[in-house]
Structure formats: C-alpha cells, structure tokens
Design a protein around this ligand. Structure first.
Ligand SMILES: [Mn+2]
Length: 321
C-alpha cells in the first residue's frame, strides 16, 4: 500500500503550501514508519501539514467553537478509540472511500497513547496524528478528529498513569525519536495546538451526537453545552467537574445519564468511545453506542444521516475489523 507514497517537494513548494498533500494511506508503512523517506525535508513537511491541519480544523464548515454540525453529509463512518492503531485506521479509511463518497464524513477519536513502541521505547501513536493532518489536507470538509481524555491529558500536561507508565512522557519521547531534538519540539508544540483546537462534540443532521464520552449523572447539572461552543476554553472547563473534563472523562453509561445528556445537547442518539469493549462495541443503554478500535475486534459504525434512525437501526450499522 505504501508504494503510492511520493516524497513531497522541498521548502516553500512543500505540499501544505501548494495544496498538495501526502497520500494518507501511503504516508506510513505499518511497522516501519517513514520507510519510504525519513529525510529531513520530508519530516519538515509534516510540520507544515500539522499547521495547515490546525487552520483547516478551525475552518471546518459547521464549526461553532469546539463543536461541529456536519454539513453536506449523507453518511458518517465513526471509528472507536484508536490508541495508535495505524492498521485499523488504514482499513477504515479505505472502507470510507471518501473520494468516491463526497457527502460521507469520517470521524476519528482518541488516537494517541497506544501500546506500539519505537526501538528506544517511545510511543508511536503520534503517527496517527500525522496521518490525520495529511488526511485533513486531502478531505478538509469530510475528516474530523474527536479528542479523548488522553489528548486532553497531553495538552494540559496532566499525566494519565496506566501500569505505572507516564503516557504523556512516552508520547513525547516517540515524537523526539522520530523527529529529532530540533524539529521534535516544534512538531510536539503543533500537536498540542491541534489537540486544543479539535471539536469535542460532532452532530449529524439526523440527531446523532458523536463525542468521546458523557458527563456522569452527578456532573450533569454543572455541564454547560454553551462552554463547548466557545473558541477558547477557560481553565475551569478543563478541571474535574468542568464541562470539557466531564465530557471526556465521564464513565456513567446508565440510561438516565445518556437520556439526560442528550436532552441537554438537543440530540437523539449518542455514539461514543472511552469504554474498553472486548467485542469492539457495546450498547450500554437504549440511546448509546460505544465503539472501541484499540484492539481486535475493532468496532466502527457507518450510518446514514439523511433520515431518522432508531437505536436498533444505528446498532445494525456496526461493523468490526
Ligand atoms: Mn478515553
């Protein structure tokens, strides 16, 4: 698949500047990133792609602060949490067939902090951020990246501790391992800017809300949807109990939590991630679908958005890899 990758031209003619972008499928050879071209000019091009991606995220049609209402949309493919799984990303990208389905949207969520490591121990999951940046350049209106609590932990510099590993530090090590001590910090800064620019809630035209998680019943009274529609967060939004924090960290999948959250958001059904699922997906209540793409089987959903769906109809659109 990677043979379609063509090195980008140098300097000011870099793809991000003249409108050309790398082929997002070919950009990485799974298990051997940058096998085609690890030259400094190729790596420097990624910085331009990342900065372009930040601008394109801000310019996404239907964006209102940190929310997006999908426009020119008749179907959506939503991936579960990817956590660095490049192969699942590539398979879903091929299935989405965005070039031949210009009214289809593709939503990725929680793509960083994975178990795939470079030889020196750094986390490879930044590769998926690079792939998103390339893909956003190719399909700026159709591709969306929903951050999870892991992205928020990275850009707010509050560690997520799993098995005594500091995932924030290992992520940053992976960036340095790939991009080196000079370019690495610039790439890393671009990642953090991207993470805090990304929308945290995406609405389909038929009343399906896509977000990483939902506030618990206890946190819901304090949750204010208007906080999400602001272009700049306040620190309290990001603290425990704040609207963004409770949206990305909540683990209450009760029917009451989903129903009351959806009422507050003015939506009918919820597609989320955040909860690990052995089968790749779960329906914890009659309003919600949870997807997980971090392992196999990996759950994703491709659903029509040009008509109302019942929970059962949405559930029937789930597929696994
Ligand atoms: Mn999560």
């Amino acid at each position: 698949m990677h043979s379609s990758f063509a090195p980008l031209p140098l300097g000011k003619t870099c793809g991000a500047v003249d409108g050309r972008t790398p082929d997002a499928v070919g950009w990485y050879n799974v298990g051997n990133p940058f096998a085609e071209d690890r030259s400094l000019p190729a790596l420097e091009c990624m910085l331009a792609h990342l900065r372009q991606a930040v601008a394109l995220v801000r310019a996404t049609p239907g964006r209102r602060g940190h929310t997006v209402t999908l426009e020119d949309c008749t179907s959506v493919l939503v991936a579960g949490d990817l956590h660095g799984h490049v192969a699942h990303f590539q398979t879903m990208l091929a299935l989405a067939d965005l070039a031949n389905n210009p009214n289809r949207h593709f939503v990725l969520q929680e793509i960083i902090h994975g178990r795939f490591r470079y030889p020196k121990g750094g986390d490879k999951s930044h590769q998926l951020v690079d792939l998103f940046a390339a893909l956003k350049g190719q399909f700026p209106k159709q591709v969306h990246y929903l951050p999870g609590n892991h992205e928020m932990a990275q850009w707010t510099n509050r560690p997520v501790l799993k098995t005594n590993e500091n995932q924030n530090a290992i992520f940053q090590e992976g960036v340095t391992e790939t991009y080196g001590p000079v370019l690495g910090p610039q790439i890393y800064a671009a990642y953090l800017e991207l993470f805090q620019t990304l929308p945290v809630a995406i609405r389909s035209p038929n009343g399906v809300l896509i977000c990483h998680s939902l506030p618990s019943t206890r946190a819901l009274p304090l949750f204010d949807p208007a906080r999400l529609e602001r272009e700049t967060y306040q620190d309290k939004d990001l603290q425990p109990g704040g609207s963004v924090h409770s949206l990305l960290w909540g683990r209450d999948t009760s029917a009451d939590a989903a129903t009351n959250f959806l009422r507050k958001m003015g939506a009918e059904l919820l597609v989320s991630g955040h909860i690990a699922c052995d089968t790749g997906f779960a329906a914890p209540n009659d309003r919600q679908l949870v997807l997980d793409c971090a392992e196999s089987p990996a759950g994703f959903v491709l659903f029509p958005t040009d008509r109302k769906l019942t929970h059962a109809e949405l559930f029937a659109c789930v597929r696994t890899l």
